[in-house]
Design a binder for this molecule. Structure first.
Ligand code: HEM
Length: 395
């Protein structure tokens, strides 16, 4: 792998072909905020302190046009102002309060219990199996089922939802695939609109019913808004949780001494979960649009400019993390930004953490040694970091 001084950050293969950590170390040192040329170009923010203050500054940095670089470069997000993640204040605060009310401790407690049951069942099954693909056999089954449990999606509908979601996220560039993916996205929204209409008429004790019947800013959400916000839970919760589980297993396989420490109890599960999240950094960046002229890290940013915040870099900033490229499951404090920061801080953080806690606990109980048996397939993306497959054996 090479360490270029210039990298095209719009290129999905950039960090498969080049060492991301070397690249970002160089950026933090020599040009921590820089203008990336393109059509349009965009700002790149690399230091932990600057990324943190940008996340917090929701007055000057808007999410409403979109929060992912590719979406912003291709004209913006059509769900802006309707879906939580791509809505600004004051509407964002109203919607977020509504969502947080729906995520009550009782609902989350019940979902967490199912996560533990499902995870330990899956781990027991694969441990007897010899070599297998951890991504396909385990990681794929946990997050979507967790979200489906959260939304009380009927068992019979889960498979089609999973199929649509895979199609909707398909990163293939071919025109036919793009159409399939758009169609799948519409199917999901349509499905959630039907379900929301039904639950609004006959509400139950689940998150969709709560979102569909509660008010935000003095009025109920429209059915489209309910559906988009249900979909946003699928979008936010599926891939990032999946890749962090895959990263957890790969990383402990590569660090047998740390695995022993976790099994023996000299490293705690909770600190290990935070270190896995920092190490994995599933979402490499999030993006904003400047609403006014402002300064970031001494550079002049103009109203309308796209600003990208690189979590991968912030999570390895030597100003904040001692020896950032050392995987240390006892690291504390661990101020990683994998869940973002400020008003848009991940609403699913509790569940994301619960999934990893359940995975590490189930593994420490039954697996003495994790062996990677083949080449893991990387994900080609400038947004999602990690692996799509991981051949392993649990002993
Ligand atoms: C927001 C990461 C799990 C739903 C975010 C943000 C990050 C993030 C970085 C902030 C985005 C921004 O500032 O623009 C992750 C990671 C996860 C995870 C790394 C797993 C390891 C989940 C789960 C759910 C979820 C399980 C759903 C149950 C959301 C939603 C938002 C969000 C709806 C938007 C919040 C807002 O704008 O107020 N997530 N997430 N995430 N996440 Fe997660």
């Amino acid at each position: 792998m090479t360490t270029p001084t210039e990298l095209d950050l719009t290129d999905a293969t950039a960090f498969v072909r080049h060492d991301a950590y070397e690249f970002w170390r160089d950026v933090r040192k020599h040009r921590p905020v820089y203008w990336h040329e393109g059509n349009p170009g965009f700002w790149v923010v690399a230091r932990h302190a600057d990324v943190l203050s940008c996340y917090a500054d929701v007055r000057s940095l808007s999410s409403a046009r979109g929060t992912v670089l590719d979406v912003l470069l291709s004209g913006g997000d059509s769900a802006g102002g309707k879906m939580l993640a791509v809505t600004d204040r004051p509407r964002h605060r109203e919607m977020r309060n509504l969502m947080l009310r729906a995520f009550s401790p009782r609902v989350l407690g019940a979902v967490e219990e199912k996560v533990w049951e499902r995870t330990s069942r899956l781990i027991k099954t694969v441990t007897r199996q010899g070599e297998f693909d951890f991504a396909a056999e385990v990681a794929e089954h946990i997050p979507m089922n967790t979200i489906c449990d959260l939304l009380s999606i009927p068992e019979a509908d889960r498979e089609k939802l999973l199929r649509w979601n895979k199609l909707a996220l398909s990163s293939d560039d071919a025109e036919s695939d793009r159409l399939d993916s758009l169609e799948a996205r519409n199917e999901i929204i349509g499905y959630f609109m039907d379900l929301s209409r039904h639950r609004r008429g006959d509400p139950g004790d689940d998150v969709i019913s709560m979102i569909a019947t509660a008010e935000a800013g003095g009025r109920p959400l429209t059915l489209e808004e309910v559906a988009l916000n249900c979909y946003s839970l699928v979008l936010g919760g599926d891939e990032s949780s999946r890749v962090s589980a895959i990263c957890a297993v790969k990383t402990f396989a590569e660090h047998p001494a740390q695995w022993r420490a976790l099994r023996e109890g000299s490293a705690a599960i909770d600190t290990a979960v935070e270190e896995v999240l920092r190490w994995a950094t599933p979402a490499m960046h999030f993006a904003r649009t400047a609403t006014r002229d402002m300064r970031i890290g001494g550079r002049q940013v103009r109203a309308g400019d796209i600003v990208t915040l690189w979590n991968t870099s912030a999570n390895n900033d030597e100003e904040v993390f001692d020896q950032p490229r050392r995987f240390d499951p006892t690291r504390s404090p661990n101020k990683h930004l994998s869940f973002g920061h400020g008003p848009h801080f991940c609403v699913g953080a509790f569940l994301g953490r619960a999934e990893l806690r359940a995975l590490l606990s189930a593994l420490t109980e039954s697996v003495a040694e994790i062996e990677v048996c083949g080449e893991p397939a990387p994900i080609y993306s400038n947004f999602l970091n990690g692996y799509a497959s991981l051949p392993v054996a649990f002993r």
